[in-house]
Ligand binder design. Structure first.
Ligand code: NCD
Ligand code: ZN
Length: 347
């Protein structure tokens, strides 16, 4: 029996597209299924000014294959030198949909991020005034804090104080990985939301470490214990407006993943929608996938829901996808859930 599900075309509210040959190679993987995506600005050098964002958006659009429709939603990378007036102008022109905060040193290409939060007060206050969302990578970088505790400590010591000090600031807790993240998001008002990745709904920390180290499951924030994965599943499949999809699909070439000091990032752009259909069906919540992937993110970012549609179909044979995407920069391994998936996106 064939089962099918049609949704408004989904949006990916947290995506790494990189640049150059990598961008060229992986952009179709997202544009095939998604109408829009919030584009992360952690290039080298980062996308800091409105002028940087215009140039990057033009490179993305130039890399888009003929006949594919895709709208990049641009972000700026917050530094201690960010000019509030540049941010406000970039927002007013419609160019920029969010500002991204990386604590300095928290993850890939985050060395230009924020160390002293007092230095960004002016920008945060301007953002609160104009309603521009702040996307937060929510991990402290304090060496003495255990990597599995860094999200929970960030919530208490950085996120909550910033929100209290900046009334009206609209915040997206990016790629939450813990029960504490879910609980904090739920305790907020409609100025607080959280993205959840595909892979954090599927793997826990055992997937990374049991039976040999699995570099393709290593990402930041690192996957936590099973109880946290279950809390994320419950949040994502709840349909609550504050939770929406941000895949954090983050390509690195195999040579840099399968390495003595491997890069963080799971690449899920290729198979996210089939994986999500599997997960939501497994939890008896297939009808909530539309809220999670197509509606809640658009509503938070004050965008219309996409007119175009996407149909997922379930058949009797497992869906096949390439093991790797061959890019001009090198091969990128596609996330493997470790079980067969019978859903696919209808051509
Ligand atoms: C991201 C990357 O590679 O840019 N990696 C990751 O593990 N998620 C950075 C990030 O979002 O933390
Ligand atoms: Zn990311």
């Amino acid at each position: 029996m064939t089962q099918s599900l049609t949704l408004p075309r989904p949006d990916d509210m947290h995506l790494h597209l990189r640049d150059g040959a990598m961008l060229q190679g992986i952009l179709p993987e997202t544009a095939r299924d998604f109408a829009r995506a919030i584009i992360m600005p952690n290039l080298v050098p980062p996308v800091v000014t409105a002028a940087d964002a215009i140039a990057y958006r033009d490179r993305i659009l130039a890399a888009l294959p003929e006949g594919m429709a895709f709208e990049p939603l641009m972000t700026l990378y917050l530094t201690e030198a960010t000019d509030p007036a540049d941010v406000a102008a970039a927002h007013a022109s419609g160019l920029v949909k969010a500002v991204k905060l990386y604590p300095a040193g928290a993850t890939t290409n985050s060395h230009s991020g924020v160390s002293n939060f007092d230095k960004v007060r002016g920008v945060l206050e301007k953002m609160a005034e104009i309603g521009l969302p702040l996307c937060m990578h929510g991990e402290v970088t304090t060496p003495s804090v255990d990597i599995f505790d860094r999200e929970a400590v960030f919530i208490d010591t950085v996120l909550d104080p910033i929100r209290r000090a900046t009334p009206g600031l609209r915040v997206v807790m990016e790629h939450i990985t813990t029960k504490q993240g879910v609980d904090y998001a739920r305790a907020g008002g409609d100025d607080l939301a959280a993205t959840i990745t595909t892979h954090h709904l599927i793997i826990n920390r055992n997937h990374i470490l049991v039976g040999g180290i699995k570099p393709h499951y290593y990402c930041l924030p690192v996957a936590k214990r099973e109880e946290h994965r279950l809390a994320l599943r419950a949040a994502a499949t709840s349909g609550e407006a504050r939770f929406f999809l941000g895949t954090d699909s983050a390509p690195h070439i195999d040579a840099l993943k399968e390495h003595a000091c491997g890069c963080a990032g799971c690449f899920t752009a290729t198979n996210t929608m089939p994986l999500l259909a599997h997960v939501f069906e497994e939890d008896g919540a297939l009808e909530k996938l539309e809220a999670f992937a197509s509606r809640n993110g658009a509503a938070f970012y004050r965008l219309p829901v996409n007119d175009a549609q996407l149909t997922l179909v379930k058949s009797a044979t497992p869906t096949e996808w390439p093991e790797k995407i061959e890019t001009g920069a090198g091969p990128v391994t596609v996330f493997d859930p470790g079980y067969p998936v019978f859903w696919r996106v209808q051509d």
